[in-house]
Design a protein. Sequence first.
Length: 113
Amino acid sequence: MTYYHYTSQQAAQDIICSGYIRPSPRDGLIYLSPELYINGFQAANALGIENKPVMIRFDIPEDLVDSPTAPSLAKRILGPEGVRRQGGGWEITTSRPIPISSNPSQWFVLVPP
C-alpha cells in the first residue's frame, strides 16, 4: 500500500532539504491518506487542510510509516460563513518522522484548480 502526504510547496522544499517529513509542532503528528488526489483543492477539501495551498503530494511506501494509526475520516471544518472544508476523506497519522528521498519520483506537483 502507498500512503500520500499532501502539502504546500514551501513545506515540500523543507521536507526535501531535510530528508524527512517531520511531525507538526502544532500537534506532534504527520497526516497521511491512503487516498490518491490529483488536484490540490480536492485533497484540501476532503482532508480538511487549511491555511496552506496544497500543491505537492509525496508518495510514501507503507513500510516507511512507523506506528500508523487506524484509518479515520477527516472532520468537516465549519466557519462563520458555513462549511470551509467538507472532510470525509480517509486519513492516518503517525508521530514518527518519515524519511524522504530527494529523488523526484517520490513527489508530484498537483493539478491547480
